[in-house]
Design a protein around this ligand. Structure first.
Ligand SMILES: [Zn+2]
Length: 72
């Protein structure tokens, strides 16, 4: 995934989400809306209603992010 992101970023310089390529890759999109990571998001975070809710459980948030391999 990281390699893909680097390649796509190099070619298109696009901020698009690498999981669904349908929206800008913002924390809000990935944590609340992205369908590309819906399975992992539900497994690690459950169903979230808002960003503060996600940020209230940093442990789960980091495991989710780590699962996506977006952490360096
Ligand atoms: Zn997405």
């Amino acid at each position: 995934m990281k390699l893909w992101k680097r390649i796509l970023g190099g070619i298109t310089d696009s901020p698009l989400c690498i999981a669904c390529i349908q929206a800008d890759e913002t924390p809000k999109h990935v944590l609340l809306r992205c369908r590309g990571v819906a399975e992992q998001r539900t497994a690690y975070l459950g169903s979230l209603a808002s960003l503060p809710e996600a940020l209230g459980d940093l442990g789960s948030l980091l495991r989710f992010w780590s699962e996506l391999s977006w952490l360096e």
